[in-house]
Design a protein around this ligand. Structure first.
Ligand SMILES: *[C@@H]1O[C@H](CO)[C@@H](O)[C@H](O)[C@H]1NC(C)=O
Ligand SMILES: *[C@@H]1O[C@H](CO)[C@@H](O)[C@H](O)[C@H]1NC(C)=O
Ligand SMILES: *[C@@H]1O[C@H](CO)[C@@H](O)[C@H](O)[C@H]1NC(C)=O
Length: 383
């Protein structure tokens, strides 16, 4: 009888634990208290551009930050994807901008700066290489080697390289494009290797969005509402195809190197298709700005931008940055989605994966790179 009671209460407890698990202890694994470091361009900029720039930065003012009544230099109406990932990792504060004075970087920092590139010398910004060097300068005073090794390093970079290339070389042929993609991705590999030699071992690489579908690109290249600018989508695709194999290679050759790739390309592309837009009613033009796609000049003093009434129903807040509502979705997908969206593992799995242990799975090319707008696939990417 006593045994029977114990069994019942154990089952009951199990049920309670199953029903009331919180995101910090998913499947019984406690998320270790580590840091989140981000690198890249405006998408992950937490206020660095604002600190670095001597000129007016619209992101420090309304309508940026409007959803939280807090314009703080982020390129969004509110929080950005890394803030949500940080929250799911149990980090109690928003990831601060590393270049801002007197910020608390104990659980990570954003080194990303708007306008950042891999190649060249971006104006009032930092290349990824310079961001990694900045991280190295701050290392000794803030984080020990063991902590760095267990922490997560998220990177989104390359869009500005391809936007700049396309603008300056409108007639580039296929071989010029391929050559450029090779120099960009080789630089990315070098910079990731530098970060690895600085002690990082857990990498999350977000592949490039379909750049030709950004509202500002549709507007600038006059594609209309239904078309994307395919030249830029092609460049992004060529770039993205190289990322997974490159990281597989690093995982084989660099001891303890662990990574995952977030398929941002298809996450965005899917949402621009009718019937698959995951509740975003407007996905081809933005909430704030002027022009055919409301894509230019949000928040600029001499521009009379329009501002949508309900930004939650938009995929894009300005011409190239997503709304907080979309960023929240990306945060969920990064942290918990299945391999259709992020592979070989999601951020939750990457964080608990033992350090120094070789990865058991590698990145695999997906069979369908194009998106089918069929109802059966609707929602399949939810975690
Ligand atoms: C920095 O933030 C952490 C939480 O992430 C907190 O525990 C710590 O007390 C803070 N340090 C200072 C100096 O405020
Ligand atoms: C943009 O392209 C021009 C012309 O190719 C190049 O000189 C410049 O360095 C590029 N800028 C960046 C930041 O890469
Ligand atoms: C948005 O663009 C996609 C192609 O990228 C197209 O299929 C879709 O019809 C467009 N949606 C609207 C509302 O124009």
């Amino acid at each position: 009888m006593a045994d029977h009671c114990n069994l019942v209460s154990v089952l009951g407890l199990f049920l309670v634990l199953t029903l009331f698990h919180n995101p910090i202890t998913v499947a019984g694994q406690t998320i270790p208290a580590v840091a989140l470091f981000t690198f890249g361009d405006s998408n992950f900029d937490a206020g660095n551009k604002q600190t670095l720039s001597k000129s007016f930065v619209a992101q420090g003012f309304w309508p940026y930050g409007k959803s939280r009544d807090d314009p703080n230099g982020k390129f969004c109406d509110g929080l950005i994807a890394p803030d949500f990932v940080a929250k799911f990792m149990g980090i109690p504060i928003e990831i601060p901008a590393a270049l801002k004075p007197n910020v608390n970087v104990s659980r990570g920092a954003s080194f990303a700066v708007a306008d950042a590139t891999l190649l060249g010398a971006p104006v009032e910004s930092l290349t990824l290489n310079q961001q990694v060097r900045k991280f190295n300068q701050m290392k000794a005073a803030n984080w020990n080697d063991d902590f760095i090794k267990k922490s997560v390093f998220m990177i989104y970079i390359g869009a500005n390289d391809y936007l700049n290339f396309t603008k300056n070389n409108p007639n580039a042929d296929a071989s010029a494009q391929q050559a450029f993609v090779i120099s960009v991705t080789n630089k990315l590999k070098n910079d990731i290797s530098l970060l690895y030699s600085s002690g990082a071992s857990k990498f999350v690489i977000q592949n490039l969005a379909p750049l030709g579908c950004l509202p500002i690109v549709r507007q600038d290249y006059h594609t209309g509402m239904d078309q994307c600018y395919e030249k830029l989508n092609d460049l992004a695709k060529q770039h993205n195809e190289k990322i997974g194999p490159m990281l597989n290679e690093l995982a084989k050759t660099a001891p303890g190197f662990q990574f995952t790739v977030f398929d941002f390309y298809n996450v965005i592309l899917r949402r621009t298709q009718r019937n698959m837009n995951f509740r975003f009613f407007i996905t081809n033009s933005s909430c704030c700005g002027v022009g055919t796609h409301t894509a230019y000049g949000c928040g600029l003093p001499n521009v009379h931008s329009e501002l949508c009434e309900f930004q939650r129903s938009y995929l894009f807040f300005d011409g190239r940055h997503n709304t907080e509502k979309a960023q929240e979705m990306f945060g969920h997908l990064l942290f918990g989605a299945d391999p259709n969206v992020i592979q070989p593992m999601n951020v939750r799995e990457l964080v608990v994966y033992p350090v120094d242990e070789p990865m058991r799975e590698s990145w695999e090319p997906t069979t369908s790179t194009t998106v089918q707008a069929s109802d059966s696939s609707r929602g399949y990417e939810f975690y």
